[in-house]
Write a protein that binds this ligand. Structure first.
Ligand code: ATP
Length: 896
């Protein structure tokens, strides 16, 4: 009875789950031609073929120039020479080379045929690199016209030569032209065509020196001709999108998928192969229509001697989603959520920079008066003005997205599907792992009642129900033994699984499935998400999408050893937000001490980035500037709280809906508040260089900024306690851990072990709402992010980045305003030491004068105020402005 193959009882499933069942080996075995055509590898193979073709043709044609006399007779015989062993040719590419080059040069286009090679080359490079390195259509146009013009011209110029410079086609056309226009007419036409072609392709600037040009500045008179010549060119540039014109200086390395990201092959279901076990594996499906809960059906592995109940179905409520939904429901309806994608087009003035003085009103405001301080050139002509609160109240609802009414959200076609999306698991592997787990536990005299398996993208979760009387701590203590017996890295034991009464053993799959960002973003759950800041992070172990609201997190701490998927994770979050939010609704403050990771987002400065006034770069890389930016964010937070208080609102949603309903008067400084997301890519670096100066504003923001729509995402490679301090941790309830090197690191991030057991490449644990969930992070490659940012960057944006309030560093100011009468008793000694050594270093003062850091620092400030050393240069010593002892003496005498 126990040995009998148990008849499968029909399982109850939700209709959606039944419809969406994806793990069907029979179907996946068919070759999908469409997928094959889209597959990156097919493109690469074709690319290689085109490149080889270009090289082959190039060499054959070049070789033809030297060998045509020897080979021509043979080539006239055509393809028959291929089979004739007696025939030998001189062309470097052999008989085929001789025939092909004869065709192209003699019969077709002469030397213009080389252009055909360039076309093959361009196509090959594009296909091989899977991106548009060159524009194929533009190239095709240039090549087609170039071939025609060049072959006719060559045939005409060298019409008496033995060599076929213009080929048969060129000869024929040139003869025809000579027939109807004569030699001179043909020459004129060809000259015209050549000039036309040259202008069209290279668009040269014909700038003649301008006579009587008015001289406005003294520099202008000194400018040479070349500088003048560039001016008209600049005038030609469109003024609207300066961002895209800037070349990106540093590109982050591409996140290439390693080999094991390859799609796995589907194998038949084990139940059919191994009748001795009643084992059917049913993949879990996400109940898409009900985002708060997932209905899953799990078939069981069952040990022969044990329980009769072989099938096991359960409803699995996903608590974190529920909570988010609750949060969303509790709060007032948010207008910007309804404004996605398809908005009516009405014109509104963009809220360019720092709010308090700027008022944003649209033409739907009905011709009112408003004092607006924005960049004048970007204002729509029909700019309205506001006079009083009553008139404001009569206006139609405010719609922030009308700032950039033509803005197009990036499409899913910009994203790639990485490998096979179907989760496939080798049934033999499942069976083997199951047996191993059972036998290992039995070795320690632990009997189990049931064991079930859920196959995820990277790991499979084996859930065990132990026999009555088995203590959970015993299984927990066997973690290492089970790992050893399964001979697999990355085994994690969850004893017990919270809220389930089972024990979980996560075992990595031999073949892992990459979770593409595209799949997550095209899911209904993401598309219909009502979250304020929806972020698609990855897939759970049961293959359900993990999409949460950053606004309810409300801040996120991310840590993981180097190369484990942090940057990809950050990109996934940023990309999710870019797909859902309009530039008027969201601004990013990007801090990137590593300088290369976030530079990719530079292109969207005028749409989505915020920066300090008078800063050139929107992406902050310098520690001093980071401190100023964080303090500026604190000021922004305080300003927002003032606005909220004045409006009588508790949070940004209430405030924005009140503003949209025209209940707040822009004349009083009210304005629509975009969400601000601060992203810090390497937090450790900042804490090491600036310590409390960074920690304090971050802690303050983390404590208070949630209600005013400022959210923080902080990532670090070094999750040690001196980086992730108690203050930081206390304020970041949501934390993500990628693989770390030790259990201690895992505890530092998650307050629990487990992250050291992860297997890297986006395998992660997220601690959210008091629960730790294992996820496979969504993968988005750097070229995809490039495409998205280019797509956004090429559109019309705001005249400049969103400006944060100005922050003046009091310390810097203090040093400068120092009262010289109040100087330290060691001031002169310190001055001498610095001048003699010619090094303005505080540590030198500390060492040589045996001073503490504070006193040495104060002395250095005084020396700066006295004009003896220059300003602080970060880690470099300050410049010493006085060169000799005598000069110093004179300087000190002057100071008194
Ligand atoms: N979610 C993922 N799915 C598949 N592969 C991934 C995923 N995340 C990362 N990888 C792989 O791991 C590599 C390293 O990832 P990533 O650059 O994000 O690491 P990192 O933690 O940011 O490293 P570092 O701290 O050195 O910048 C990627 O190039 C990619 O091959």
């Amino acid at each position: 009875m126990a040995n009998k193959l148990k008849k499968e009882t029909p399982k109850k499933k939700s209709p959606a789950a039944a419809d969406k069942k994806t793990w069907k080996p029979e179907k996946t075995e068919q070759i999908d031609l469409k997928a094959l055509a889209k597959d990156e590898r097919t493109h690469k193979i074709l690319g290689a073929v085109f490149l080889l073709l270009a090289i082959f043709l190039g060499i054959a044609i070049l070789s033809y120039f030297a060998t045509w006399r020897q080979d021509q007779d043979e080539a006239f015989r055509g393809s028959s020479i291929l089979w004739d062993d007696k025939v030998s040719v001189a062309n470097l590419m052999g008989k085929i080379g001789a025939l092909v080059s004869h065709f192209f040069i003699y019969k077709a286009f002469g030397i213009a045929s080389l252009l055909v090679c360039t076309f093959f080359f361009v196509v090959g490079i594009n296909l091989l690199s899977s991106r548009k390195v060159f524009s194929i259509s533009r190239n095709l146009k240039y090549v087609t016209l170039g071939v025609l013009v060049l072959s006719v011209s060559m045939a005409f110029i060298f019409r008496n030569s033995e060599f076929s410079w213009g080929g048969g086609v060129g000869r024929m056309m040139s003869n025809w032209l000579i027939g109807i226009l004569g030699n001179i007419g043909t020459a004129a036409i060809l000259l015209l065509m050549a000039a036309g072609y040259f202008i069209w392709q290279f668009n040269p600037a014909f700038n003649l020196p301008v006579k009587n040009k008015p001289v406005t500045t003294p520099e202008a008179t000194e400018e040479d001709d070349t500088e003048e010549a560039t001016e008209p060119e600049e005038e030609k540039q469109p003024v609207v999108k300066p961002v895209v014109a800037e070349p990106m200086v540093i590109k982050p390395r591409a996140n290439k998928l390693k080999e094991d990201g390859e799609p796995a092959v589907v194998k038949p279901v084990i139940a059919e192969e191994k009748p001795s076990y009643d084992f059917t594996l049913v993949e879990k499906e996400e109940a898409e229509e009900e985002p708060a809960a997932t209905l899953t059906v799990n078939d069981m592995f069952v040990e022969k001697e044990v329980v009769a109940d072989m099938l096991h179905s359960r409803d699995e409520i996903v608590p974190e989603e529920e909570t988010e939904e609750d949060i969303v429901e509790e709060e007032a309806p948010e207008p910007e959520e309804e404004t996605q994608q398809s908005k009516p087009s009405v014109l509104v003035i963009p809220p360019v920079s720092k709010p308090s003085k700027i008022v944003t009103v649209g033409p739907n405001d009905g011709g009112l008066t408003l004092e607006i301080k924005t960049n004048a050139e970007e204002k729509p002509e029909n700019e309205p003005e506001i006079k009083s609160a009553e008139t404001v109240a009569k206006l139609p609802p405010y719609e922030p997205t009308l700032d950039l009414k033509d803005y197009k959200y990036p499409g899913l076609d910009l994203l790639e599907t990485h490998g096979s999306e179907k989760i496939v698991q080798d049934p033999a592997e499942l069976e083997e792992n199951k047996n191993q787990i059972i036998s290992t536990l039995r070795n320690y005299a632990i009997e189990i009642q049931k064991i079930s398996a859920t196959v995820g993208p990277t790991v499979t979760l084996y859930e065990i129900v132990p026999a009555a009387g088995v203590r959970i701590s015993r299984i927990r203590n066997l973690e290492d033994d089970i790992a050893l017996s399964l001979a697999a890295l990355g085994i994690r034991i969850i004893a017990p699984i919270p809220g389930k009464g089972t024990i979980g053993i996560e075992v990595p799959n031999t073949r892992k499935t990459v979770v593409s960002m595209k799949t997550l973003l095209e899911s209904e759950k993401f598309q219909n998400s009502a979250h304020s800041l929806p972020i698609a992070i990855g897939k759970r172990i049961d293959n359900t999408d993990f999409i949460v609201d950053l606004a309810s997190m409300p801040h996120l701490l991310m840590a993981g050893a180097t190369g484990q998927g942090k940057s990809v994770g950050l990109n996934a979050i940023l990309v999710s937000l870019l797909y859902k939010k309009h530039p008027s609704q969201l601004k990013f403050v990007l801090v990137d001490p590593k300088k290369v990771e976030l530079s990719i987002y530079k292109t969207i400065e005028h749409h989505f980035l915020a920066k300090l006034p008078n800063e050139d770069e929107a992406i902050i890389t310098d520690t001093r500037k980071v401190i100023n930016t964080l303090n500026a964010l604190c000021i922004e937070m305080d300003n927002r709280y003032d606005l909220l208080k004045e409006a009588g609102c508790r949070n940004i949603k209430e405030y924005n809906s009140k503003f949209a309903a025209r209940k707040l008067n822009p004349e009083k400084g009210h304005q629509y508040l975009p969400f601000i997301v601060l992203v810090v890519d390497e937090f450790a670096d900042l804490i090491m260089t600036a310590g409390k100066e960074v920690e304090m504003p971050i802690a303050r923001l983390a404590q208070l900024a949630r209600a005013v729509g400022i959210h923080l995402i902080i990532a670090t490679q070094r999750p040690s306690v001196n980086i992730i301090t108690g203050t930081i941790k206390a304020n970041f309830p949501a934390r993500i851990a990628f693989k770390v090197s030790s259990k201690i690191d895992s505890r530092t991030i998650l307050d629990a072990g487990g992250a050291e057991q992860l297997i890297g490449k986006g395998d992660m644990l997220i601690s959210f709402n008091g629960e730790i969930v294992r996820l496979q992070c969504a993968f988005v490659d750097t070229p995809e992010v490039d495409k998205i940012t280019d797509f956004i960057g090429y559109q019309e944006g705001y005249p400049q980045a969103f400006l944060l309030p100005e922050y003046v560093d009091e310390k810097e100011q203090e040093g400068k305003d120092f009262d010289l009468g109040d100087r330290d008793s060691l001031f002169e000694d310190a001055a001498k030491l610095i001048v003699i050594s010619q090094s303005g270093s505080t540590s030198l003062l500390q060492r040589k004068m045996k001073l503490g850091y504070n006193r040495a620092g104060r002395l250095m400030d005084q020396l700066e105020a006295a004009g003896i050393v220059g300003p602080n240069q970060g880690s470099k010593p300050r410049e010493v402005l006085i060169k000799t002892d005598m000069e110093l003496q004179q300087h000190l005498d002057l100071l008194g």
